[in-house]
Design a protein around this ligand. Sequence first.
Ligand code: SAH
Length: 257
Amino acid sequence: MESMSRKWLPVLAAVVIIGAILAGLAFARRSSPQAVEDDAAYEQARALMVEDGIVAWGVTDPAVIEAMGVVARHRFVPQDYLDQAYENHPLPIGYGQTISQPYIVALMTETLGLESGRKVLEIGTGSGYQAAVLAEVGADVYSIEIIVPLAEAAAERLAQLGYDDIQLRVGDGYYGWPEAAPFDAIIVTAAPDHVPQPLLEQLGVGGVMVIPIGPPGGYQELWRLRRLSEDKVESTNLGGVRFVPLVRQAEGGFPDE
Ligand code: SAH
């Protein structure tokens, strides 16, 4: 017996050590920002993102700054990128698409000049993050996504987070959402090479559209278009940006109709 227990001692020690390592790893994982449930762990990172990447970069609208500080961006990024959720750059969301850089989301939202209750159309729901930011500034949000699984995931995620009033549709956003027009604001988060005429037509007088325009795959220019009257639109170039291309459906129309 004596020799038996001595023989098993190293095995026992190994089991204890491995067990301790595993327990340590489990604890580290639970207490690290990797844990999706632990929203509080991300609060500091989000506050830093707002200070260093939004306010320091020139965004001044208090409602936008507040919204950026409230929306849990880590809930919109894939598991593999959780550690970068509050870094100021775009991240992949699958299907070759990206969730936009936080600064660009804030800049575009600010450019719309929204007040509570304004009706906004977003083209390119993607993860749903921009839609959530728009909802947080009090807008009445309509959003269209062309990739079905992204649209479904965004719908589920937004519902889970309590953004119940955001209206979502699957389809080619080039055609806008005519039944809900006119809009006070239109935000296009994928880049076409020209302004889609249907979107321009759905922008109400006094309304603002923010849209990246340029060749697919390259750099584009971000434009602010403001409808001054039925036949007059003022355009302002906000500078160079990089967005995924606005893709088109061969036949147009909506696949869910
Ligand atoms: N606003 C998103 C990011 C957008 S990425 C967010 O906050 O996460 C651009 C999105 O536009 C992609 O999801 C892409 O599938 C979608 N898209 C591209 N062309 C489109 C079109 N014609 N109509 C609607 N959505 C389109």
